[in-house]
Ligand binder design. Structure first.
Ligand code: FAD
Length: 484
Protein backbone atom coordinates (compact mmCIF):
# COMPACT_ATOMS: atom_id res chain seq x y z
CA UNK A 1 0.00 0.00 0.00
CA UNK A 2 1.25 3.48 -0.81
CA UNK A 3 2.19 5.81 1.98
CA UNK A 4 1.30 9.26 0.82
CA UNK A 5 0.86 12.88 1.65
CA UNK A 6 -2.86 12.14 2.08
CA UNK A 7 -4.67 13.28 5.20
CA UNK A 8 -4.08 10.84 8.06
CA UNK A 9 -6.63 10.63 10.86
CA UNK A 10 -4.79 9.61 14.02
CA UNK A 11 -7.62 8.97 16.45
CA UNK A 12 -7.27 5.99 18.70
CA UNK A 13 -9.86 3.75 20.28
CA UNK A 14 -11.25 3.61 16.81
CA UNK A 15 -12.51 0.72 14.71
CA UNK A 16 -13.05 0.92 10.97
CA UNK A 17 -15.72 -1.38 9.59
CA UNK A 18 -15.29 -2.15 5.89
CA UNK A 19 -18.53 -3.00 4.09
CA UNK A 20 -22.02 -1.62 4.68
CA UNK A 21 -24.06 -4.79 4.21
CA UNK A 22 -26.05 -6.11 7.14
CA UNK A 23 -22.94 -7.71 8.69
CA UNK A 24 -20.87 -4.51 8.63
CA UNK A 25 -23.76 -2.42 9.93
CA UNK A 26 -24.49 -4.91 12.72
CA UNK A 27 -20.80 -4.91 13.69
CA UNK A 28 -20.71 -1.10 13.76
CA UNK A 29 -23.83 -1.06 15.93
CA UNK A 30 -22.33 -3.57 18.34
CA UNK A 31 -19.02 -1.71 18.61
CA UNK A 32 -20.75 1.59 19.29
CA UNK A 33 -22.80 -0.09 21.98
CA UNK A 34 -19.50 -0.91 23.68
CA UNK A 35 -18.47 2.75 23.57
CA UNK A 36 -16.01 2.44 20.72
CA UNK A 37 -15.59 5.07 18.03
CA UNK A 38 -16.61 3.61 14.68
CA UNK A 39 -16.21 4.60 11.06
CA UNK A 40 -17.95 2.43 8.46
CA UNK A 41 -16.76 2.57 4.87
CA UNK A 42 -19.06 1.42 2.07
CA UNK A 43 -17.83 1.09 -1.49
CA UNK A 44 -21.11 1.91 -3.23
CA UNK A 45 -23.70 4.64 -2.90
CA UNK A 46 -26.15 2.31 -1.15
CA UNK A 47 -26.10 0.57 2.23
CA UNK A 48 -27.51 -2.90 2.77
CA UNK A 49 -25.72 -5.10 0.24
CA UNK A 50 -28.07 -8.01 -0.47
CA UNK A 51 -30.86 -6.28 1.48
CA UNK A 52 -32.57 -3.80 -0.77
CA UNK A 53 -36.04 -2.34 -1.06
CA UNK A 54 -37.50 -0.94 -4.23
CA UNK A 55 -40.83 -0.08 -5.78
CA UNK A 56 -42.94 -1.65 -8.43
CA UNK A 57 -46.05 0.07 -9.77
CA UNK A 58 -45.78 2.42 -6.77
CA UNK A 59 -45.75 -0.42 -4.24
CA UNK A 60 -42.79 -1.10 -1.92
CA UNK A 61 -41.06 -4.47 -2.37
CA UNK A 62 -37.91 -6.27 -1.34
CA UNK A 63 -35.65 -6.71 -4.35
CA UNK A 64 -33.13 -8.84 -2.44
CA UNK A 65 -33.54 -10.84 0.77
CA UNK A 66 -37.16 -10.77 1.93
CA UNK A 67 -37.45 -12.91 5.03
CA UNK A 68 -35.54 -13.49 8.26
CA UNK A 69 -35.38 -16.71 10.18
CA UNK A 70 -37.08 -15.82 13.47
CA UNK A 71 -36.21 -19.07 15.26
CA UNK A 72 -32.75 -17.59 15.68
CA UNK A 73 -32.80 -14.43 17.75
CA UNK A 74 -30.08 -12.25 16.20
CA UNK A 75 -31.85 -10.53 13.29
CA UNK A 76 -35.09 -10.00 15.17
CA UNK A 77 -33.11 -8.63 18.16
CA UNK A 78 -31.28 -6.21 15.90
CA UNK A 79 -34.53 -5.04 14.28
CA UNK A 80 -36.00 -4.44 17.74
CA UNK A 81 -32.87 -2.65 18.95
CA UNK A 82 -33.08 -0.15 16.08
CA UNK A 83 -36.78 0.58 16.53
CA UNK A 84 -38.35 -1.73 13.96
CA UNK A 85 -39.90 -4.11 16.51
CA UNK A 86 -43.43 -2.89 15.80
CA UNK A 87 -42.95 -3.54 12.09
CA UNK A 88 -41.89 -7.18 12.42
CA UNK A 89 -44.50 -9.41 10.81
CA UNK A 90 -44.81 -13.16 10.36
CA UNK A 91 -45.78 -14.32 6.88
CA UNK A 92 -49.55 -14.36 6.30
CA UNK A 93 -49.31 -17.48 4.14
CA UNK A 94 -46.87 -20.19 5.04
CA UNK A 95 -48.04 -23.01 2.83
CA UNK A 96 -45.62 -23.44 -0.04
CA UNK A 97 -45.73 -26.02 -2.81
CA UNK A 98 -43.28 -27.98 -4.88
CA UNK A 99 -43.82 -27.96 -8.63
CA UNK A 100 -42.88 -31.53 -9.28
CA UNK A 101 -43.85 -34.31 -11.65
CA UNK A 102 -46.09 -31.91 -13.57
CA UNK A 103 -48.13 -30.59 -10.66
CA UNK A 104 -47.99 -28.20 -7.74
CA UNK A 105 -47.95 -30.42 -4.67
CA UNK A 106 -48.11 -29.18 -1.08
CA UNK A 107 -44.76 -28.91 0.65
CA UNK A 108 -44.74 -31.95 2.94
CA UNK A 109 -44.58 -31.50 6.68
CA UNK A 110 -42.38 -33.62 8.90
CA UNK A 111 -38.94 -33.44 7.31
CA UNK A 112 -35.54 -31.98 8.10
CA UNK A 113 -34.31 -30.13 5.00
CA UNK A 114 -36.29 -32.57 2.88
CA UNK A 115 -35.31 -35.69 4.80
CA UNK A 116 -38.39 -37.40 6.24
CA UNK A 117 -38.67 -39.54 9.38
CA UNK A 118 -41.29 -41.59 7.62
CA UNK A 119 -41.55 -42.11 3.84
CA UNK A 120 -45.33 -41.61 4.02
CA UNK A 121 -44.68 -37.89 4.66
CA UNK A 122 -43.57 -37.58 1.03
CA UNK A 123 -46.50 -39.45 -0.56
CA UNK A 124 -47.55 -37.71 -3.76
CA UNK A 125 -44.34 -35.74 -4.00
CA UNK A 126 -42.30 -38.82 -4.95
CA UNK A 127 -43.15 -41.76 -7.17
CA UNK A 128 -44.10 -45.09 -5.57
CA UNK A 129 -40.61 -46.38 -6.42
CA UNK A 130 -39.07 -43.34 -4.74
CA UNK A 131 -41.10 -43.97 -1.58
CA UNK A 132 -40.27 -47.68 -1.61
CA UNK A 133 -36.57 -46.85 -1.90
CA UNK A 134 -36.78 -44.66 1.21
CA UNK A 135 -38.57 -47.42 3.11
CA UNK A 136 -35.64 -49.81 2.45
CA UNK A 137 -33.18 -47.49 4.25
CA UNK A 138 -33.15 -49.19 7.69
CA UNK A 139 -31.86 -52.40 6.03
CA UNK A 140 -28.81 -50.69 4.49
CA UNK A 141 -25.39 -50.95 6.11
CA UNK A 142 -24.29 -47.70 7.83
CA UNK A 143 -22.82 -44.91 5.66
CA UNK A 144 -19.43 -43.48 6.61
CA UNK A 145 -19.57 -39.66 6.64
CA UNK A 146 -15.97 -38.89 7.59
CA UNK A 147 -15.09 -35.23 8.25
CA UNK A 148 -17.78 -33.94 5.93
CA UNK A 149 -19.98 -35.14 3.11
CA UNK A 150 -22.31 -33.46 0.66
CA UNK A 151 -25.96 -33.43 1.65
CA UNK A 152 -26.94 -34.86 -1.73
CA UNK A 153 -24.42 -37.71 -1.73
CA UNK A 154 -25.29 -38.80 1.79
CA UNK A 155 -29.06 -38.58 1.49
CA UNK A 156 -29.04 -40.23 -1.96
CA UNK A 157 -27.02 -43.14 -0.60
CA UNK A 158 -29.40 -43.61 2.32
CA UNK A 159 -32.76 -42.79 0.72
CA UNK A 160 -32.24 -42.75 -3.04
CA UNK A 161 -31.77 -39.89 -5.49
CA UNK A 162 -35.42 -39.07 -5.96
CA UNK A 163 -35.86 -37.41 -2.56
CA UNK A 164 -32.68 -35.41 -3.15
CA UNK A 165 -33.67 -34.31 -6.64
CA UNK A 166 -37.29 -33.48 -5.83
CA UNK A 167 -37.12 -32.06 -2.31
CA UNK A 168 -33.66 -31.66 -0.74
CA UNK A 169 -32.21 -29.95 -3.80
CA UNK A 170 -34.93 -27.29 -4.23
CA UNK A 171 -34.96 -26.58 -0.47
CA UNK A 172 -31.18 -26.17 -0.30
CA UNK A 173 -31.24 -24.29 -3.60
CA UNK A 174 -33.63 -21.80 -2.04
CA UNK A 175 -31.03 -20.91 0.59
CA UNK A 176 -27.70 -21.31 -1.20
CA UNK A 177 -28.57 -21.25 -4.91
CA UNK A 178 -26.21 -24.21 -4.87
CA UNK A 179 -26.05 -27.85 -5.82
CA UNK A 180 -27.09 -30.41 -3.20
CA UNK A 181 -24.40 -32.80 -4.41
CA UNK A 182 -21.72 -30.19 -3.58
CA UNK A 183 -23.11 -28.52 -0.46
CA UNK A 184 -21.54 -29.50 2.84
CA UNK A 185 -23.86 -31.34 5.21
CA UNK A 186 -21.70 -30.28 8.14
CA UNK A 187 -22.04 -26.58 7.30
CA UNK A 188 -25.55 -26.44 5.82
CA UNK A 189 -27.51 -29.00 7.86
CA UNK A 190 -25.36 -29.61 10.95
CA UNK A 191 -28.15 -31.39 12.83
CA UNK A 192 -28.27 -34.04 10.08
CA UNK A 193 -24.49 -34.32 10.06
CA UNK A 194 -24.33 -34.89 13.84
CA UNK A 195 -27.05 -37.45 13.53
CA UNK A 196 -25.43 -39.23 10.60
CA UNK A 197 -22.35 -39.73 12.75
CA UNK A 198 -24.25 -41.22 15.65
CA UNK A 199 -27.05 -43.21 14.00
CA UNK A 200 -26.95 -46.09 11.55
CA UNK A 201 -30.39 -45.25 10.15
CA UNK A 202 -31.13 -41.77 8.82
CA UNK A 203 -34.90 -42.29 9.12
CA UNK A 204 -34.56 -43.32 12.76
CA UNK A 205 -32.30 -40.34 13.46
CA UNK A 206 -34.73 -37.88 11.89
CA UNK A 207 -37.59 -39.39 13.88
CA UNK A 208 -35.53 -38.84 17.03
CA UNK A 209 -34.90 -35.20 16.08
CA UNK A 210 -38.61 -34.72 15.43
CA UNK A 211 -39.54 -36.31 18.76
CA UNK A 212 -37.10 -34.00 20.56
CA UNK A 213 -38.66 -30.95 18.90
CA UNK A 214 -42.17 -32.19 19.73
CA UNK A 215 -41.15 -32.74 23.38
CA UNK A 216 -39.77 -29.18 23.66
CA UNK A 217 -43.04 -27.85 22.29
CA UNK A 218 -45.05 -29.95 24.74
CA UNK A 219 -42.91 -28.57 27.57
CA UNK A 220 -44.10 -25.06 26.82
CA UNK A 221 -41.46 -24.04 24.30
CA UNK A 222 -44.29 -23.22 21.90
CA UNK A 223 -42.88 -22.45 18.49
CA UNK A 224 -43.26 -18.85 17.43
CA UNK A 225 -43.31 -18.03 13.74
CA UNK A 226 -40.38 -19.59 11.91
CA UNK A 227 -39.82 -16.50 9.74
CA UNK A 228 -40.32 -12.77 10.10
CA UNK A 229 -40.54 -9.95 7.64
CA UNK A 230 -40.58 -6.20 8.19
CA UNK A 231 -43.48 -4.05 6.99
CA UNK A 232 -42.07 -2.16 4.02
CA UNK A 233 -39.42 -4.83 3.47
CA UNK A 234 -36.49 -6.39 5.33
CA UNK A 235 -34.48 -4.05 3.12
CA UNK A 236 -35.44 -1.36 5.66
CA UNK A 237 -33.26 -2.97 8.31
CA UNK A 238 -29.90 -1.62 7.02
CA UNK A 239 -31.20 1.96 6.93
CA UNK A 240 -32.55 1.69 10.46
CA UNK A 241 -29.26 0.23 11.73
CA UNK A 242 -27.36 2.98 9.92
CA UNK A 243 -29.59 5.64 11.55
CA UNK A 244 -28.87 4.11 14.96
CA UNK A 245 -25.14 4.03 14.20
CA UNK A 246 -25.15 7.70 13.20
CA UNK A 247 -27.30 8.64 16.21
CA UNK A 248 -24.74 6.88 18.42
CA UNK A 249 -21.93 9.03 16.99
CA UNK A 250 -20.69 6.57 14.36
CA UNK A 251 -19.59 7.85 11.00
CA UNK A 252 -20.63 6.24 7.72
CA UNK A 253 -18.78 7.13 4.55
CA UNK A 254 -20.46 6.16 1.29
CA UNK A 255 -18.81 5.62 -2.09
CA UNK A 256 -15.61 4.89 -0.23
CA UNK A 257 -14.15 1.61 -1.45
CA UNK A 258 -11.24 0.48 0.66
CA UNK A 259 -8.21 -0.08 -1.53
CA UNK A 260 -5.60 -1.35 0.90
CA UNK A 261 -4.90 -2.36 4.48
CA UNK A 262 -1.58 -2.11 6.28
CA UNK A 263 -0.60 -3.10 9.76
CA UNK A 264 1.39 -0.63 11.83
CA UNK A 265 2.94 -1.08 15.27
CA UNK A 266 -0.16 0.60 16.77
CA UNK A 267 -2.97 -0.74 14.64
CA UNK A 268 -4.07 -0.41 11.05
CA UNK A 269 -3.96 2.02 8.16
CA UNK A 270 -6.97 1.82 5.87
CA UNK A 271 -6.44 3.36 2.46
CA UNK A 272 -9.25 4.76 0.37
CA UNK A 273 -9.12 7.00 -2.71
CA UNK A 274 -9.57 10.14 -0.67
CA UNK A 275 -7.87 9.46 2.63
CA UNK A 276 -5.98 7.07 4.83
CA UNK A 277 -7.59 6.29 8.16
CA UNK A 278 -5.75 5.03 11.21
CA UNK A 279 -7.58 2.59 13.44
CA UNK A 280 -6.94 0.31 16.37
CA UNK A 281 -9.19 -2.33 14.90
CA UNK A 282 -10.73 -3.36 11.60
CA UNK A 283 -13.86 -5.39 10.89
CA UNK A 284 -13.75 -6.72 7.36
CA UNK A 285 -17.40 -7.29 6.38
CA UNK A 286 -17.10 -7.60 2.61
CA UNK A 287 -17.64 -10.59 0.34
CA UNK A 288 -14.73 -13.05 0.41
CA UNK A 289 -13.18 -11.93 -2.89
CA UNK A 290 -12.89 -8.37 -1.61
CA UNK A 291 -11.53 -9.51 1.79
CA UNK A 292 -9.01 -11.62 -0.12
CA UNK A 293 -7.73 -8.63 -2.10
CA UNK A 294 -7.48 -6.49 1.03
CA UNK A 295 -5.54 -9.12 2.99
CA UNK A 296 -3.12 -10.04 0.22
CA UNK A 297 -0.24 -8.09 1.79
CA UNK A 298 -0.81 -8.75 5.47
CA UNK A 299 -1.98 -12.36 5.30
CA UNK A 300 -1.30 -14.16 2.03
CA UNK A 301 -2.53 -17.37 3.68
CA UNK A 302 -5.94 -15.91 4.54
CA UNK A 303 -6.10 -14.19 1.14
CA UNK A 304 -5.50 -17.47 -0.69
CA UNK A 305 -8.21 -19.28 1.27
CA UNK A 306 -10.66 -16.41 0.82
CA UNK A 307 -10.01 -16.38 -2.92
CA UNK A 308 -11.21 -19.97 -3.02
CA UNK A 309 -14.72 -19.13 -1.77
CA UNK A 310 -17.05 -19.46 -4.73
CA UNK A 311 -20.25 -17.51 -5.32
CA UNK A 312 -23.51 -18.17 -7.15
CA UNK A 313 -25.29 -15.47 -9.10
CA UNK A 314 -29.01 -15.16 -9.56
CA UNK A 315 -31.72 -12.88 -10.89
CA UNK A 316 -35.01 -12.00 -9.26
CA UNK A 317 -37.89 -11.07 -11.52
CA UNK A 318 -40.52 -9.07 -9.63
CA UNK A 319 -43.86 -8.59 -11.34
CA UNK A 320 -47.05 -6.69 -10.63
CA UNK A 321 -50.36 -7.91 -12.03
CA UNK A 322 -53.69 -6.16 -11.76
CA UNK A 323 -55.87 -8.35 -9.56
CA UNK A 324 -58.77 -7.60 -11.87
CA UNK A 325 -56.80 -9.26 -14.70
CA UNK A 326 -56.41 -12.56 -12.82
CA UNK A 327 -58.97 -15.33 -12.92
CA UNK A 328 -57.89 -16.11 -9.33
CA UNK A 329 -54.89 -15.20 -7.24
CA UNK A 330 -52.57 -18.20 -6.94
CA UNK A 331 -52.82 -19.82 -3.50
CA UNK A 332 -50.14 -20.17 -0.84
CA UNK A 333 -46.84 -18.38 -0.35
CA UNK A 334 -45.26 -19.70 -3.56
CA UNK A 335 -43.49 -22.78 -4.87
CA UNK A 336 -40.10 -24.39 -5.34
CA UNK A 337 -39.00 -26.05 -8.57
CA UNK A 338 -36.72 -29.11 -8.61
CA UNK A 339 -34.00 -28.52 -11.23
CA UNK A 340 -34.41 -32.09 -12.43
CA UNK A 341 -37.59 -31.08 -14.28
CA UNK A 342 -35.61 -28.75 -16.57
CA UNK A 343 -37.58 -25.57 -15.90
CA UNK A 344 -35.87 -22.19 -15.85
CA UNK A 345 -37.27 -20.65 -12.69
CA UNK A 346 -36.15 -22.24 -9.45
CA UNK A 347 -38.81 -20.72 -7.22
CA UNK A 348 -41.61 -18.20 -7.09
CA UNK A 349 -42.79 -16.21 -4.09
CA UNK A 350 -46.33 -14.83 -4.10
CA UNK A 351 -45.47 -11.68 -2.19
CA UNK A 352 -49.08 -10.46 -1.95
CA UNK A 353 -50.09 -13.73 -0.31
CA UNK A 354 -46.98 -14.08 1.82
CA UNK A 355 -46.75 -10.61 3.37
CA UNK A 356 -49.67 -8.65 4.79
CA UNK A 357 -47.78 -5.42 4.29
CA UNK A 358 -47.48 -6.06 0.54
CA UNK A 359 -51.20 -6.86 0.23
CA UNK A 360 -52.10 -3.74 2.23
CA UNK A 361 -49.78 -1.44 0.29
CA UNK A 362 -51.10 -2.51 -3.10
CA UNK A 363 -54.70 -3.70 -2.71
CA UNK A 364 -55.39 -3.66 -6.45
CA UNK A 365 -52.23 -5.57 -7.40
CA UNK A 366 -50.89 -9.08 -7.15
CA UNK A 367 -47.12 -9.03 -6.67
CA UNK A 368 -44.88 -12.02 -7.10
CA UNK A 369 -41.29 -12.74 -7.87
CA UNK A 370 -39.43 -15.58 -9.51
CA UNK A 371 -35.78 -16.51 -9.05
CA UNK A 372 -33.54 -17.72 -11.81
CA UNK A 373 -29.97 -19.03 -11.72
CA UNK A 374 -27.99 -21.27 -9.42
CA UNK A 375 -24.35 -22.07 -8.94
CA UNK A 376 -22.87 -22.92 -12.35
CA UNK A 377 -25.74 -21.32 -14.32
CA UNK A 378 -24.15 -17.93 -14.91
CA UNK A 379 -25.32 -17.97 -18.55
CA UNK A 380 -28.89 -17.43 -17.32
CA UNK A 381 -27.84 -14.01 -16.03
CA UNK A 382 -26.65 -12.97 -19.48
CA UNK A 383 -30.17 -13.15 -20.87
CA UNK A 384 -31.97 -9.87 -21.58
CA UNK A 385 -34.43 -8.64 -18.97
CA UNK A 386 -37.36 -9.22 -21.35
CA UNK A 387 -36.21 -12.80 -21.86
CA UNK A 388 -36.04 -13.44 -18.09
CA UNK A 389 -39.54 -12.00 -17.74
CA UNK A 390 -40.72 -14.13 -20.68
CA UNK A 391 -39.38 -17.43 -19.30
CA UNK A 392 -40.80 -16.59 -15.88
CA UNK A 393 -44.25 -15.99 -17.37
CA UNK A 394 -44.06 -19.22 -19.35
CA UNK A 395 -43.15 -21.25 -16.26
CA UNK A 396 -45.79 -19.47 -14.14
CA UNK A 397 -48.37 -20.20 -16.83
CA UNK A 398 -47.51 -23.89 -16.75
CA UNK A 399 -47.31 -24.09 -12.96
CA UNK A 400 -50.30 -22.03 -11.79
CA UNK A 401 -52.17 -21.20 -14.98
CA UNK A 402 -51.28 -17.52 -14.77
CA UNK A 403 -52.01 -16.07 -18.20
CA UNK A 404 -52.44 -12.36 -17.39
CA UNK A 405 -49.78 -9.89 -18.52
CA UNK A 406 -47.95 -8.02 -15.76
CA UNK A 407 -48.43 -4.25 -15.59
CA UNK A 408 -44.86 -3.77 -14.35
CA UNK A 409 -41.72 -5.89 -14.09
CA UNK A 410 -38.37 -5.37 -12.41
CA UNK A 411 -35.32 -7.59 -12.98
CA UNK A 412 -32.67 -7.50 -10.24
CA UNK A 413 -29.40 -9.29 -10.96
CA UNK A 414 -27.39 -10.44 -7.97
CA UNK A 415 -23.98 -11.22 -9.43
CA UNK A 416 -21.95 -13.11 -6.85
CA UNK A 417 -25.02 -13.01 -4.61
CA UNK A 418 -24.49 -16.06 -2.43
CA UNK A 419 -21.28 -17.70 -1.22
CA UNK A 420 -21.19 -21.45 -1.72
CA UNK A 421 -20.65 -23.84 1.18
CA UNK A 422 -19.19 -26.94 -0.50
CA UNK A 423 -17.85 -29.98 1.36
CA UNK A 424 -14.94 -28.76 3.50
CA UNK A 425 -16.38 -25.27 3.96
CA UNK A 426 -16.02 -25.29 7.74
CA UNK A 427 -12.43 -26.48 7.51
CA UNK A 428 -11.71 -23.63 5.09
CA UNK A 429 -13.39 -21.14 7.45
CA UNK A 430 -11.27 -22.47 10.32
CA UNK A 431 -8.10 -22.01 8.24
CA UNK A 432 -9.16 -18.45 7.39
CA UNK A 433 -9.84 -17.69 11.06
CA UNK A 434 -6.53 -19.21 12.10
CA UNK A 435 -4.63 -17.03 9.64
CA UNK A 436 -6.61 -13.92 10.59
CA UNK A 437 -6.07 -14.56 14.31
CA UNK A 438 -2.42 -13.68 13.69
CA UNK A 439 -3.51 -10.15 12.72
CA UNK A 440 -4.20 -8.33 15.97
CA UNK A 441 -7.33 -6.19 15.97
CA UNK A 442 -8.69 -7.49 12.67
CA UNK A 443 -11.70 -9.77 12.32
CA UNK A 444 -13.91 -10.94 9.46
CA UNK A 445 -17.67 -11.30 9.32
CA UNK A 446 -20.45 -11.78 6.81
CA UNK A 447 -22.12 -14.39 4.67
CA UNK A 448 -18.97 -16.21 3.61
CA UNK A 449 -18.29 -17.89 6.95
CA UNK A 450 -20.90 -19.23 9.37
CA UNK A 451 -24.15 -19.08 7.42
CA UNK A 452 -25.63 -17.00 4.61
CA UNK A 453 -28.92 -16.01 6.25
CA UNK A 454 -29.43 -12.59 7.83
CA UNK A 455 -29.37 -13.86 11.46
CA UNK A 456 -26.15 -15.79 10.78
CA UNK A 457 -24.55 -12.67 9.27
CA UNK A 458 -25.60 -10.62 12.30
CA UNK A 459 -24.22 -13.34 14.61
CA UNK A 460 -20.89 -13.32 12.80
CA UNK A 461 -20.80 -9.53 13.11
CA UNK A 462 -21.41 -9.71 16.83
CA UNK A 463 -18.67 -12.27 17.22
CA UNK A 464 -16.20 -10.17 15.20
CA UNK A 465 -17.08 -7.03 17.17
CA UNK A 466 -16.87 -8.80 20.53
CA UNK A 467 -13.48 -10.29 19.70
CA UNK A 468 -12.19 -6.88 18.68
CA UNK A 469 -13.62 -5.26 21.80
CA UNK A 470 -11.71 -7.85 23.82
CA UNK A 471 -8.34 -7.04 22.23
CA UNK A 472 -5.94 -5.28 24.52
CA UNK A 473 -4.77 -2.77 21.87
CA UNK A 474 -8.27 -1.51 21.51
CA UNK A 475 -8.87 -1.34 25.25
CA UNK A 476 -5.75 0.83 25.50
CA UNK A 477 -6.88 2.92 22.54
CA UNK A 478 -10.39 3.35 23.88
CA UNK A 479 -9.00 4.74 27.10
CA UNK A 480 -7.03 7.35 25.24
CA UNK A 481 -9.78 8.02 22.73
CA UNK A 482 -12.34 8.57 25.45
CA UNK A 483 -10.18 11.31 26.93
CA UNK A 484 -9.94 13.25 23.70
C1 FAD B 1 -31.17 -12.57 -4.02
C2 FAD B 1 -30.89 -12.92 -2.59
C3 FAD B 1 -31.94 -13.25 -1.75
C4 FAD B 1 -31.69 -13.57 -0.42
N1 FAD B 1 -32.73 -13.86 0.40
C5 FAD B 1 -32.52 -14.03 1.72
C6 FAD B 1 -33.62 -14.13 2.61
O1 FAD B 1 -34.78 -14.04 2.23
N2 FAD B 1 -33.34 -14.32 3.93
C7 FAD B 1 -32.05 -14.37 4.40
O2 FAD B 1 -31.86 -14.52 5.62
N3 FAD B 1 -31.00 -14.25 3.58
C8 FAD B 1 -31.20 -14.06 2.26
N4 FAD B 1 -30.15 -13.90 1.41
C9 FAD B 1 -28.80 -13.93 1.97
C10 FAD B 1 -28.45 -12.66 2.72
O3 FAD B 1 -29.22 -11.59 2.25
C11 FAD B 1 -26.96 -12.31 2.53
O4 FAD B 1 -26.17 -13.45 2.78
C12 FAD B 1 -26.54 -11.19 3.49
O5 FAD B 1 -27.38 -10.07 3.35
C13 FAD B 1 -25.08 -10.83 3.23
O6 FAD B 1 -24.71 -9.76 4.07
P1 FAD B 1 -23.21 -9.32 4.19
O7 FAD B 1 -23.19 -8.07 5.02
O8 FAD B 1 -22.35 -10.45 4.61
O9 FAD B 1 -22.71 -9.00 2.71
P2 FAD B 1 -23.22 -8.01 1.59
O10 FAD B 1 -24.68 -7.81 1.67
O11 FAD B 1 -22.64 -8.54 0.33
O12 FAD B 1 -22.51 -6.63 1.94
C14 FAD B 1 -21.14 -6.42 1.72
C15 FAD B 1 -20.92 -4.93 1.51
O13 FAD B 1 -19.51 -4.69 1.39
C16 FAD B 1 -19.30 -3.70 0.42
N5 FAD B 1 -17.91 -3.79 -0.04
C17 FAD B 1 -17.33 -4.77 -0.78
N6 FAD B 1 -16.03 -4.50 -0.97
C18 FAD B 1 -15.77 -3.32 -0.33
C19 FAD B 1 -14.60 -2.53 -0.15
N7 FAD B 1 -13.42 -2.90 -0.67
N8 FAD B 1 -14.69 -1.37 0.55
C20 FAD B 1 -15.88 -0.98 1.09
N9 FAD B 1 -17.02 -1.72 0.96
C21 FAD B 1 -16.96 -2.88 0.27
C22 FAD B 1 -20.34 -4.04 -0.64
O14 FAD B 1 -20.59 -2.94 -1.50
C23 FAD B 1 -21.54 -4.41 0.22
O15 FAD B 1 -22.35 -3.29 0.51
C24 FAD B 1 -30.36 -13.58 0.07
C25 FAD B 1 -29.30 -13.26 -0.78
C26 FAD B 1 -29.56 -12.93 -2.09
C27 FAD B 1 -28.42 -12.57 -2.99
Amino acid sequence: MESSAQHVDTHTGHVVVIGGGIAGLAAAHRLLGAGIRVTLLEATGRLGGKLRTGEIEGAPVDLGAESMLARRPEAVDLAEAVGLGELLQPPTATTASVWTRGELRPMPKGHVMGVPGDPAALAGLLSDEGLARIAREPELPPTEVGDDVSVGAYVAERLGREVVDRLVEPLLGGVYAGDAYRISMKAAVPQLFDMARTHDSLLAGVRELQAAVAATQRDGGAPGAVFAGIAGGVGRLPGAVADAVRAGGGEILMETPVLGLRRTPDGWLIRTERTTLAADGVVLATPAWSASALLSDESPAAAAELAGVEYASMALVTMAFRRADLRAMPEGSGFLVPPVDGRTIKASTFSTRKWGWVADAAPGLFLLRTSIGRYGEEEQLEREDADLVGVSLRDLGDAVGLTARPVATEVTRWIGGLPQYPVGHQARTARIREAVAKLPGLRLCGAAYDGVGIPACVASARRAADEIIATSTLARGTGRGAGE
